[in-house]
Design a protein around this ligand. Structure first.
Ligand code: S3P
Length: 435
C-alpha cells in the first residue's frame, strides 16, 4: 500500500472477535540493530519489525559495514564488523525520529564523517535535544538550525553527566550510545523515567551499565563498553496493540486476545489507564524474552468506560498511545483531561492540533490545550461522514480508523498508507477479527 492510499473506516456489522499476534516492537527492533551493530559478532534477531522506520535503520547499519541476511520475513542474521566504516552516501532515516536521534549518538563518536537525512516530516522535527548534549561531549555536528540534515564529523568525545530537560528515551539512548564509545563514565538523569529498552538490552548484552533512582531522579550510568553478541527475540509492540485493545473495549460485542505483547512497565501506562477507566481486560501468560517482559492481553467490550485525568509521570509511559486513548476517552462518560503532554507537538505531526482537528470533524467533543486535551465523552456514536487528514502520521491514521468504527457514518481517511511506518499488517489483522 502506498503512503497516499485513502481508505474508508465504518461501523462493523458485528463485534470484533479472535486471537491476533501483534507485530514486533518498533523501539526494541531499532535497538536490536543499533546495539547489534556494535557487538562485533554474529547475532540472530527474531521477530523484527516490518515497519518502514526499522527498515530505515536496517539500511543504515548496512551502509556502516554490517552484513544482514534475512532467514525469513521477520528473522535476520546480523554480522557486525570489528569497526563501523564511513558510508559512501547520506544515511536516510525516512520518517523515523528514533533512527535519527539514536544514530546521531553512535555516529558522533566514530572516526568518520557522515550525514543523516530524513523525509519532509522528520526534517521539521527538533534535533536540538540531541545536538546539545552531544556538543557538551565535544561532538562536531552541523545542522539546519538544529534540524536535519545533520552533518556529523565523528570524533573522540568526553563523558558527561546530563540532566535531561525532557523524559525522552531517544535523548537518553543517544547519550548512552555516545557514552559507551567514550572513555570514562557518562550519566543521564531524568525526572520521569522514559522507556528503558536501551538499558535493558545493554544489560542483556553485558555492557557496563547501572540504573537507579535517587532524590535527584532516575539515572543511567554507562562506561566504555564492549558488547557480547547474543541472539535477540523482540516482544510485540504495546503501542500497536493499543489500537486493537481500544477497538475491543469500545466496539459492542467484542472480545479479542492479543498474543505476545511487550509489558515493560515503562510502556504500560495504557494498562494503568484501562484500570482507571474501568476497561474489562486480563493479562495472561507472562514471561521474559531477551530481558523484556511479555504476555497476552484479553480485552472485552466495556459499556461503562469512565473518564479520568492523565498527567505527570505516566505521560512518558503512554506518550505514543495518547491519540488512541483520546478515542477511548471520547467513549467514556464524562470529562477526561490529558495534561503535561506538550511533547506530542513534536512527533511525526503536531499530534495535539492534528488529532483535535480530526476528532472534531468526526464529531468528538475535544478541546485542544497547549499540553494536551480535554475530551467530553459519552456513550453515543460519533457522527462521522467526513474526511480527515493524517499529516504523515501513522498513529493518527490508525486512531482515526478506530474512531470510524464508532461512528454512525463512514470516515474517509486520507493517506492512510502512512500506517506502513510502524504497522503494515494493521488492515490484515483488523480483517482477521472483524466478522
Ligand atoms: C521512542 C521514544 C519516544 C517515542 C517514540 C519511540 C524510542 O520518543 O515517542 O515513538 O524508541 O526511543 P521520545 O524519546 O521523543 O519521547
Amino acid at each position: 500500500m502506498s503512503n497516499l492510499t485513502n481508505i474508508i473506516s465504518k461501523k462493523p456489522n458485528k463485534g470484533l472477535k479472535g486471537v491476533i499476534t501483534i507485530p514486533p516492537d518498533k523501539s526494541i527492533s531499532h535497538r536490536s540493530l543499533i546495539f547489534g551493530a556494535l557487538s562485533r559478532g554474529k547475532i540472530k534477531i527474531t521477530n523484527f519489525s516490518q515497519g518502514a522506520d526499522c527498515h530505515a535503520t536496517l539500511k543504515i547499519i548496512k551502509q556502516l559495514g554490517c552484513e544482514v541476511n534475512f532467514l525469513n520475513e521477520r528473522t535476520l542474521e546480523l554480522i557486525a564488523p570489528k569497526k563501523l566504516s564511513a558510508p559512501a552516501n547520506a544515511l536516510d532515516c525516512g520518517n523515523s525520529g528514533t533512527s535519527m536521534r539514536l544514530l546521531s549518538g553512535l555516529l558522533a563518536a566514530q572516526d568518520f564523517k557522515c550525514t543523516l537525512i530524513g523525509d519532509e516530516s522528520l526534517s521539521k522535527r527538533p534535533m536540538k535535544r540531541v545536538i546539545e548534549p552531544l556538543n557538551l561531549m565535544g561532538a562536531k555536528i552541523k545542522s539546519n538550525n538544529y534540524k536535519a540534515p545533520l552533518e556529523i564529523d565523528g570524533t573522540s568525545l568526553t563523558p558527561i553527566e546530563y540532566f535531561s530537560p525532557i523524559a525522552s528515551a531517544q535523548v537518553k539512548s543517544c547519550i548512552l550510545l555516545a557514552g559507551m564509545n567514550t572513555h570514562g563514565a557518562t550519566t543521564v538523569w531524568e525526572n520521569s523515567l522514559s522507556r528503558n529498552h536501551s538499558e535493558k538490552m545493554l544489560k542483556y548484552l553485558e555492557a557496563q551499565i547501572q540504573t537507579g533512582h535517587s532524590d535527584k531522579g532516575f539515572y543511567t550510568n554507562i562506561q566504555k563498553s564492549e558488547l557480547t553478541p547474543k541472539d535477540i527475540e523482540i516482544a510485540g509492540d504495546i503501542s500497536s496493540a493499543a489500537f486493537f485493545m481500544v477497538m475491543a473495549a469500545t466496539v459492542p460485542n467484542s472480545e479479542i486476545i492479543i498474543k505476545n505483547v511487550g509489558l515493560n512497565n515503562t510502556r504500560t501506562g495504557i494498562i494503568d489507564v484501562f484500570d482507571k477507566m474501568n476497561v474489562d481486560y486480563k493479562i495472561l501468560d507472562k514471561k521474559i524474552i531477551s530481558n523484556e517482559e511479555v504476555g497476552d492481553i484479553k480485552v472485552s467490550y466495556t459499556p461503562d468506560i469512565k473518564a479520568c485525568e492523565i498527567s505527570g509521570d505516566i505521560i512518558p509511559r503512554l506518550i505514543d498511545e495518547l491519540p488512541i486513548i483520546a478515542v477511548l476517552a471520547a467513549r467514556a462518560k464524562g470529562k477526561t483531561v490529558i495534561k503535561d503532554a506538550q511533547d506530542l507537538r513534536n512527533k511525526e505531526s503536531d499530534r495535539i492540533s492534528a488529532l483535535a482537528q480530526g476528532l472534531k470533524k468526526i464529531g468528538v467533543n475535544i478541546e485542544e490545550k497547549p499540553d494536551g486535551f480535554i475530551i467530553f465523552g459519552d456513550n453515543k456514536e460519533f457522527e462521522g461522514n467526513c474526511e480527515v487528514e493524517t499529516y504523515f502520521d501513522h498513529r493518527l491514521a490508525m486512531s482515526f480508523f478506530c474512531a470510524g468504527l464508532l461512528s454512525k457514518n463512514p470516515v474517509n481517511i486520507k493517506d492512510f498508507g502512512w500506517v506502513n511506518t510502524s504497522f503494515p499488517e494493521f488492515l490484515d489483522l483488523f480483517n482477521k477479527i472483524s466478522q
